[in-house]
Write a protein that binds this ligand. Sequence first.
Ligand code: IVH
Length: 676
Amino acid sequence: MDEKTAGIEIEKLRSEINLHNYRYYVLDSPVVTDAEYDRLMRRLEGLEKRFPNLVTPDSPTRRVGAKPLEEFGALKHTIPMLSLGNALTMEEAIEFDERVKRNLKMPLNENIEYAAEPKMDGLAVELVYENGVFTKGSTRGDGVIGEDVTQNLRTVRSIPLSLGVKAGEKTANKIPKYLEVRGEVFLPLESFKKLNKEREAAGESVFVDSPRNAAAGSLRQLDARITAKRPLDIFCYGIGSVEGAAFKTHLETLEYIKSLGLKVNPFARLVKGIDGVLKYHDDMEKQREGLDYELDGVVIKVNSLELQARLGILTRSPRWALAYKFAPKQETTIVRNIIVGVGRTGALTPVAMLEPVKISGVTIERATLHNQDEVDRKDVRAGDSVVVQRAGDVIPEIACVIKERRPHGVRPFKMPDKCPVCGAAVEKIGAIHFCTGGLSCPAQLKETIAHFASKRAMDIDGLGASHVEQFVDAGLVKDVAGLYYLKKDDILKLERWAEKSADNLLAAIEKSKHPSLDRLVFALGIHGVGEHMAKLLAKEFGSIEAIINASEDELLATHEIGPETAQSILDFFKEKHNLAVIEKLKKTGVEFKKAERAKKGIFAGMTFLFTGSLNSFSRDEAKELVEAEGGVAVESVSKKLSCVVAGKEPGSKYEKAKALGLKIIDEEEFKKMVGR
Ligand code: IVH
């Protein structure tokens, strides 16, 4: 191939890949499979290697920076990056609106048009595009001079390396000669949690605090290869200086940068007057919990750029914009005590009992501390002042200890060596301390019974934790089967029970006697057997007897069951007590139904993966063929695969399968297997 032909193909590949990147990272709606995408990338990499002259800095292959930097250079912002005035209450927001009108000499009963946007909690950056190519990027710094984080920003997938890539159109807009775009880089919450889990597993220090700090830490890495591994994202919210475009309103500006392929927050809106502002703030505060990123408020900007210019700037923040914050999700309080709870599996969990404190409307009185290592890492002690936080659906946790306020003489927390509930010895496995009392420990027994009765297990309506506690403490229920032997007279002897409530409970218990096999298996509370695993077991073995008698090999042969879970199932049914409970359940009339077993066919117990394109059938048809013969078709490569079917131009999965030494067949062979 000569350089000219290569050049043409390279151009074609780049624009195709850019379009896929845009669809995937900005629009969240990819149109190609990962395998196809990988294939395009590899082809481009190959050509660029052969023709290094043709490499350009905006090529999609240039996302990951080269050598680590010694330190960041400084970049001056041509127009200072301002900060925002704050409002924490509705009154302050109303004052802002009135101030705007007074400054504009407008009657107070008139309505200003505002652009309203979510206020992302991340890190402000500026991106510079020259003739449509991303050339420089910096942090906000002190507003005038920021750090040069160009290499790191190049790794953020939703930042286009060249402008104008928009679905279906080559160049949606005239590319500006020069453009500075401003936005907030953040780490999506899912990625934040995942990153923390990975770091924990690798024994690295966890990002204790916020996704915001994790984002800042990730972006300000001297080694861009580390940044590249963190799935940072961006929402662009404005521009600095621009040549080759002009606008009348802020929202027009947002539309414009969006049309160039930059990512703009989808909740940006035009709102009218202070009423519109207040409503938007309330709406976003409600939406906030369901979002995949942290918001700490909304930003309100006078929409008309002419009015903005008339209002001007007040030292470091504009008079035309306001950060209207949400109620804080953090508060300080005092740890009264650290108690130790015992869970269903016997795991001991330290829990901080707090001076009650209200965070966004909810009173917080306790926060879990997970385990001894976590207590040590945060160094939380009874008597400490702490910052507690409630983020999204996350249970309240202690963000940090305010060491300066620690009273004299407070002692570090130490896990007891005897179970605080039953007194049995405590044993440490990994990071977790366990009570060795098993079901003779009332705490474990109560949790086991509550799990057994819970909605997704036996679904005994109206049997709450406090009732279980009563029954166990009174000696009425000694194992899960004991629930079915409860007598009305005995219940009535307990506090807070009356004829009607006792009748209702007994009726609910009676009604629970006919569960599907998988619910029953889940209800037994075998370690590592959640709902999904219980379904698999029911489908694979068909009856409780078959599950009880399953050998280690049979369990391991079941797709998705690993050695740990297999061992825990074997251990559970080896225990005489557990078998006795099952017998007792049977005797009282609990029905142990059969489940429909997975169909046995020529592929029974086999797992297939398809990669590349097939001639004779679609991917879905091929998968159906496998499933019809009792096999399983999966999407990811693992050592457990029985067979990889490679079609035309297979992707990276093929390479992986080869590296793992898996059995690989072609389409013809697969057709023979299914008798086509
Ligand atoms: S506008 C003059 N819009 O908040 C306008 N800022 O406290 C200045 N931020 O440094 C910024 N979301 O990091 C703007 N939709 C948004 C924003 C936003 C988050 C951050 C930004 C800025 C800080 C100001």
